[in-house]
Design a protein around this ligand. Structure first.
Ligand code: COA
Length: 317
């Protein structure tokens, strides 16, 4: 597998920390110090499927292809207005593709799970050009009165097009069922037979627990992959990490004994856009001309589950 195109789309509304101060007991200083975030983009009038389609069309164009050339779509998504059909099916219609489509939900790690599935599908010869996208609106999962959670998230979409090639050096996925520290319940339709108690609840997160688990598991995944590939941390040009918190990124940087020049970030501008954060950052690097052929990149993410996903990619574009 190799990546041949990237794209991204973010909502228009910018929510700054001082805007949050107006209705929450919080401060710009607290949010910057604890998270590195200054602002985030939040969906207002946009539909997530339109952002997802915009990111996808940009990635397809960057790859020098048309939607008719795409023969499989994998979309990472946690929530959107539709429970069914999958977001990938909706995006297929908007962009005018005709291939088979599937959604995956591995929370914030989802893009890397989707990329790993695309790699397998290419290896099996069942597809040639795959659109792998991640589109997320975590702003719709949080309680906007809960300052410990709502300040952390933003919405957005990122996409790549992959085809046969020698760009995937290694990947590692892990899942440990640990639903107590991070979850979100939605209500289902009532039936005449339901006797159990059910209640929709906004996102719950044990921030400290997630922080520790994220740093340890991401560092472990990256070291395991580097060892398996016979690479040293400094052989990687950029670590394109899930943008959940600047302090998590810095802690992983310390674990690897590197300086921050290897850790591009945009968490200050977008907050945590769940599984879209890695492809959004990758697209920024690509469009800013920061990636050269032969560069080695690490992608690493973690999220509810608890899931982690990491891979080493060689940039071949
Ligand atoms: N503004 C001001 N104060 C806040 C606040 C906010 N937005 N959110 C929480 N606080 C308060 C808490 O109530 C607590 O007050 P107390 O000491 O009086 O009880 C204090 O700040 C410290 O809270 P704590 O949760 O210990 O802070 P922290 O240093 O752990 O930072 C997070 C909180 C959420 C920023 C941090 O734990 C984190 O980033 N965790 C990982 C989250 C993550 O990555 N989630 C996504 C996974 S995909």
């Amino acid at each position: 597998m190799k990546i041949i195109g990237t794209g991204r789309a973010n909502p228009a509304v910018v929510v700054t920390n001082s805007m949050l101060e107006q209705f929450l007991d919080t401060s710009d200083e607290w949010i910057r110090e604890r998270t590195g975030m200054a602002e985030r983009r939040v969906i207002s009038s946009e539909k997530l499927e339109d952002l997802a389609a915009e990111a996808s069309l940009k990635a397809i164009e960057d790859a020098g292809l048309t939607p008719a050339d795409i023969d499989y779509i994998i979309c990472s998504n946690v929530v959107n207005e539709y429970a069914t059909p999958g977001l990938s099916c909706i995006v297929q219609g908007i962009i005018g593709a005709t291939c088979a489509c599937i959604d995956v939900n591995a929370a914030c790690s989802g893009f890397i799970y989707a990329l790993d599935m695309a790699d397998d599908r290419l290896k099996s010869g069942k597809a040639k050009n795959i659109l792998v996208l991640a589109a997320e609106e975590p702003s719709r999962m949080v309680d906007w009165k809960d300052r410990s959670v709502c300040v952390l998230f933003g919405d957005g979409a990122g996409a790549v097009v992959v085809t046969e090639g020698e760009g995937m050096i290694g990947s590692r996925l892990t899942t440990v069922s640990k639903t107590d520290c991070l979850h979100y319940f939605r209500t289902l339709e009532p039936t005449p037979y339901i006797t159990k108690e059910e209640e929709g609840k906004p996102m719950y997160m044990n921030g400290r627990e997630v922080f520790k688990t994220a740093v340890l598991s991401s560092s472990r995944d990256i070291k395991t992959l580097l060892d398996a590939a016979g690479l040293k941390p400094e052989d990687i040009k950029y670590y394109v990490l899930h943008q959940a918190n600047m302090r998590i990124i810095e802690a992983i940087c310390n674990h690897l004994g590197l300086d921050m020049s290897h850790f591009p970030h945009n968490v200050d501008r977008y907050g945590n856009t769940s599984s879209a954060s890695v492809p959004i950052l990758l697209d920024e690097l690509n469009r800013e001309g920061k990636l050269q052929k032969g560069d080695k990149l690490v992608f690493s993410a973690f999220g509810a589950g608890f899931t982690t996903g990491a891979c080493i990619i060689e940039w071949t574009k």
